[in-house]
Design a protein around this ligand. Structure first.
Ligand SMILES: Cc1ncc(COP(=O)(O)O)c(C=O)c1O
Length: 390
């Protein structure tokens, strides 16, 4: 909310982006007692061994600043993980930076690699921190929309965006909010254009372990020579259900890493020291942990898809991540903000108005986003409320 003091003292930059619709809906959910399917944070516990490791680290007095680039152990664990899971060869000393969540890694990358006036390609709909990160860096966004149905990256749309002389592209796969997992072919086109136009890629792969129906997550950095020009961003928030711990990372070749670390140092100094120790324990969990995670989310996905369709929403089937973008045009003629407000206040379920993920607000006008990163009982309660109230 922009108050009169914000208007008096706020910077011009601040006027260029809106407050977070996700945060606003979460506040509204709290106020009116709605089931919060707006914010993508789990309401179930994190793995016990990971929590124990955090408690032990605090008991062991690991309380002081960690090295700005992240602890040696965690950087080594991340380097091993990206090698085995993503197929990226990264040097723990020169190629991995631990950040305060992937959100900080993206902002640090944007600040390290763009100057005022530079352009950054951001396909829309997009995760809400991308635009502020771009604007705070003084850069401007080039938007284009993956084609519906299916939110497909079309070659000619990509070519049109790249021909506008961008410095970088920011790509999120598996995607929030669409649920797309971009294919090898789509990523191949992006890679070719990055090489042709000498463009840097920043990838947000925070949902890399949550994919369905046999889809496979692929890292852009593994295609051709893309490792030389890609900052691969991910983190532990979603995979280990610890969104409040703020542990993320950026993986990139040496000179990119050096630049990003300089910004990271002055932005946040370091990620929380005891939680970095616990993150090492998290990354050592066995393969079965990741299989169970995806299988658990798959059940929730199918339950919510079926329930929302029965309620009259029209939904595309997510290939990854834990959101459903639902079209409510068959239920109501309200716009998305009015519908989301009605749903929270009168029906008791909070979701995110989808126009907040677009620069062209008309594009998301009849859609809202539900998350299913909640206990089965929470999802059931939300569905019951909608059955009664819609
Ligand atoms: C696409 C995407 N990127 C990044 C984040 C934030 O991740 P982190 O907790 O690592 O900052 C989210 C959270 O919802 C997200 O959906």
């Amino acid at each position: 909310m922009k108050t009169s003091s914000t208007r008096r003292f706020g910077s011009r930059r601040l006027g260029l982006f809106a407050d977070s619709a996700i945060r606003d809906m979460s506040i509204l959910a709290e106020k009116v007692g709605a089931v919060n399917l707006a914010q993508g944070s789990p309401d179930f516990p994190a793995p016990l061994s990971v929590k124990r490791a955090a408690a032990a680290a605090i008991r062991g007095d690991h309380n002081q600043y960690e090295m700005t680039m992240g602890s040696q152990e965690l950087r080594e664990a991340v380097a091993a993980k990206v090698r085995s899971f993503n197929g990226i060869i990264a040097d723990a000393d020169d190629g991995v930076t631990i950040t305060c969540g992937s959100t900080e890694a993206i902002t640090a990358a944007m600040m390290a690699f763009t100057d005022p006036g530079d352009r950054v390609i951001i396909p829309e709909p997009f995760y809400e921190s991308y635009l502020p990160a771009t604007i705070l860096s003084g850069a401007t966004a080039i938007h284009f929309r993956p084609r519906e149905p299916g939110y497909v990256l079309a070659e000619e749309d990509l070519k049109a965006a790249f021909s506008q002389k961008p410095k970088a592209i920011l790509l999120n796969t598996p995607n929030n909010p669409t649920g797309r997992v971009f294919s090898k072919k789509e990523l191949g086109v992006v890679a070719d254009l990055c090489e042709d136009y000498d463009v840097l890629a920043i990838t947000d792969e925070i949902y890399e372990h949550i994919v369905y129906d046999g889809h496979r997550h692929m890292s852009l950095a593994t295609i051709g020579n893309m490792h030389e020009r890609t900052v691969t961003v991910s983190g532990l928030s979603k995979t280990f259900s610890i969104t409040g711990w703020r542990i993320g990372y950026a993986v990139a070749e040496k000179s990119l890493t050096t630049a990003l670390r300089t910004v990271h140092d002055y932005l946040t100094v370091c990620a929380a020291t005891p939680l970095q120790r616990a993150a090492v324990t998290a990354l050592a969990l066995p393969e079965s942990y990741y299989r169970d995670l995806a299988a658990t989310y798959d059940k929730k996905r199918l339950y919510m898809l079926k329930s929302l369709q029965e309620l009259g929403f029209s939904c595309s089937r997510p290939e990854g991540a834990y959101y459903i973008l639902a079209d409510f045009g068959g239920i109501s003629k309200l716009d998305d903000f009015a519908f989301a407000n009605h749903l929270a206040r009168e029906v008791g379920v909070a979701a995110v108005p989808a126009s907040s993920f677009y620069t062209n607000r008309q594009a998301g006008r009849s859609k809202i986003r539900f998350t299913f990163t909640k206990k089965d009982a929470t999802l059931k309660e939300a569905v019951e409320r909608m059955r009664k109230g819609l």
